[in-house]
Design a protein around this ligand. Sequence first.
Ligand SMILES: Nc1ncnc2c1ncn2[C@@H]1O[C@H](COP(=O)(O)OP(=O)(O)OP(=O)(O)O)[C@@H](O)[C@H]1O
Length: 282
Amino acid sequence: MENVIEVKGLKKSFENQIALADVSFSVKKGETIGFLGPSGSGKTTTIKILTAQLLPTDGHVKVFGQEISKLQNPAYMKRIGILTDNSGLYDRLSIYDNLALYCDLYNVDKVKIKEVLQAVNLIQDQKKLVQKLSKGMKQRVTLARAILHKPELLFLDEPTSALDPVNTKQIHQVLKQLNKEGTTIFLTTHDMYEAEYLCDRIAFLDRGEIKRLDTPLNLRTKVDNRTVTLLLKDNQTVHMDMNDEGADKIYQYMRNGEVISIHSNEPTLGDIFVELTGRDLA
Ligand SMILES: Nc1ncnc2c1ncn2[C@@H]1O[C@H](COP(=O)(O)OP(=O)(O)OP(=O)(O)O)[C@@H](O)[C@H]1O
């Protein structure tokens, strides 16, 4: 399948600070890929380079088969949607008028506004001025704007960082649906649940380097620290490693009829991140 994003040997430095050391990856059409990493690992820098807001120090970056410099071309901008922290919304305009302005810019029928406002749960608030909105509401307006023109490729920098659990769930469903309809998604997050729920593949980013890039399932199964917890009839709980020795013990407990339940403790993506990098995701 065709690659929508191709990155080879990407480096970015800010004076003495190396933000991206040597990053290579590609994203196929229709994929949702996530960059998961703690604060300062280089997630925003990656997204800013991919959306032509920052120039790389070195390396090759192609989007839709074209060098990144072409992304500044309006024809390419129409093919992508961007949600970043710097929202670019007009504070003195209402939610509706902000979106209407984008409809004019992107040649989109204004009937689409109602549809996207419903998707991000803001239909009741459409007349409110942006300057009066909470951080979470602004984040949802920015998402509405990013998907208004139904882009082929959506860049999301921590899309739910300011949202409560109810709105987070709703936005996750919106993103799943968009992806189902063919939108390729590149997102950054430090939320392992978000990464696991949304992404086909996840890159573990640490200090400007991809430490591992794989499907959530492979990331989990390649780490060998699973344990099992047994609840026994005398209400005792026993933890053991999932290895030959553990299996022998489980067998003994079962033979003696002592076992009420067996619970397998899968490592979370956060556990695996710590194991690979020695650092926490937070
Ligand atoms: N404009 C800049 N000038 C100097 N250093 C910068 C600049 N932008 C980013 N950096 C540095 O580059 C590194 C990566 O930053 P980046 O914002 O990409 O991290 P991040 O993973 O997105 O973090 P967060 O989760 O906090 O947003 C950090 O050390 C940061 O201080």
